[in-house]
Design a binder for this molecule. Structure first.
Ligand code: SF4
Ligand code: SF4
Length: 187
């Protein structure tokens, strides 16, 4: 789920090859990509598709917030195919994200996070690369802050939905979500 897959201007290996290429984007195959309201809105507008076309429903874990809809207590993630994200495309053994311009925030962040106010690389078995934090600092710090505020927005949105409309169907939740993002963008 890397943002780095198609951004070939940054960190490279000694052979000049971008690390994500030789890794074959394992992160896009191994993780389920849970998405927030802004992710869903960007993908829906970018693809020109209703969210139902690219979202998969997961039962919410008891430790996550969970969306209450007629269908149950759920979370939303990107659909998968062939054991990976459905937006991952393989051409001649090269993998690329087909929604690079509007991929989810979590994809743009990986494998970085903020720890004690500093940019860090996630401790992850998945990413084998030792990324240059200095090289990525400017771009990633601003992205991670934006991503954090979008997840807070989503948490509030889900809380409001659950309190007011929790018995309505998922289709109504998705309309509510898109309307909320639209209104926030016009403020
Ligand atoms: S949206 Fe793109 S970057 Fe994110 S998991 Fe799917 S293929 Fe990977
Ligand atoms: S696991 Fe790391 S190196 Fe591999 S594709 Fe993802 S970000 Fe790139």
């Amino acid at each position: 789920m890397t943002s780095l897959v198609d951004d070939h201007n940054f960190s490279h290996t000694e052979t000049g090859e971008f690390p994500c290429i030789s890794c074959h984007t394992n992160c896009c195959k191994e993780y389920v990509i849970f998405v927030n309201a802004h992710d869903i809105h960007r993908l829906s507008v970018g693809l020109g598709l209703a969210p139902e076309n690219f979202l998969e429903i997961y039962g919410a874990n008891d430790y996550s917030l969970g969306i209450k809809v007629k269908e149950g207590l759920i979370d939303l993630a990107l659909k998968q195919k062939n054991g990976g994200c459905e937006f991952l495309e393989e051409t001649k053994d090269v993998f690329r994200c087909t929604v690079n311009d509007f991929k989810p925030g979590v994809c743009k962040s990986y494998p970085f996070e903020m720890k004690n106010g500093k940019l860090s690389q996630m401790i992850s078995m998945m990413c084998p690369v030792d990324w240059d934090l200095v090289e990525f600092e400017k771009m990633m710090v601003s992205h991670l802050k934006k991503d954090e505020s979008e997840w807070k927005f989503y948490d509030e949105l889900v809380k409001e939905w659950n309190a007011k409309y929790g018995t309505k169907p998922l289709s109504a939740f998705l309309k509510f979500l898109l309307d909320k993002v639209e209104s926030s963008l016009t403020l």
